[in-house]
Ligand binder design. Structure first.
Ligand code: HEM
Length: 174
């Protein structure tokens, strides 16, 4: 797959950003471990938290900044996988980054605008190209290793994989 010098430069710049954002995210997680998430401007947000109230994984990972960083790591892994990269060939890199961001926001349990119907429509042409469970499993494996690389613990990984699994039948259009 053709990678020109601009793409390589872009990856290097993004790579540097990943390290910066994630060390900040990890620090945030360390410092805020066990602390309740605060919702600014909502009544009661300063009061004592309920014992079980736990910020979403999306927030624990550092929200949108963390997603932006994870996109790069995840996308590099996917494109390096000979078994699935054909599905991404010819897909515009800049547009795809936005889509992968949407992908990760979904599986991190963050705010997203996609429905099952969108997932069906968005992947139907890929199902026609032969997309099946085996490819889906590869994507999940990359998701798992991306999260591990970024320092997410096994519980967080399980949570993300569980969310991703809920989209399987829609993505595979069945
Ligand atoms: C956890 C399962 C998955 C989720 C949540 C997911 C999510 C998404 C989202 C949100 C989009 C953007 C849709 C749009 O706005 O058009 C997208 C597009 C895409 N997905 Fe997935 N996806 C999943 C699995 C897969 C798998 C298994 C593959 C292939 C191995 C794949 C390949 C693609 C490609 C190539 C596009 C871009 C299609 C295009 O623009 O031509 N996805 N996905």
């Amino acid at each position: 797959m053709g990678m020109d010098i601009i793409d390589i430069a872009l990856l290097i710049v993004l790579g540097a950003t990943v390290v910066g954002v994630f060390s900040a995210g990890a620090r945030w997680e360390r410092e805020n471990k066990g602390k309740p998430g605060k919702v600014i401007g909502q009544p009661g947000s300063q009061s004592k938290p309920k014992p079980k109230a736990k910020p979403s994984l999306y927030d624990r990972l550092g929200g949108e900044a963390a997603i932006n960083a994870a996109v790069d790591v995840f996308y590099r892994r996917v494109l390096a996988d000979a078994y699935i990269k054909r599905f991404f060939e010819g897909v515009d890199m800049a547009r795809q980054a936005a889509k992968q961001k949407a992908f990760l926001t979904m599986v991190f349990g963050g705010p997203n605008n996609y429905t099952g119907k969108d997932m069906r429509q968005g992947h139907r042409h890929l199902v026609k190209m032969g997309l099946d469970d085996s490819h889906f499993d590869h994507v999940l494996a990359h998701l798992r290793s991306t999260l591990a690389e970024l320092g997410v613990g096994e519980d967080g990984i399980q949570e993300v994989i569980g969310l991703a699994e809920t989209t399987r039948n829609d993505v595979l259009d069945r």
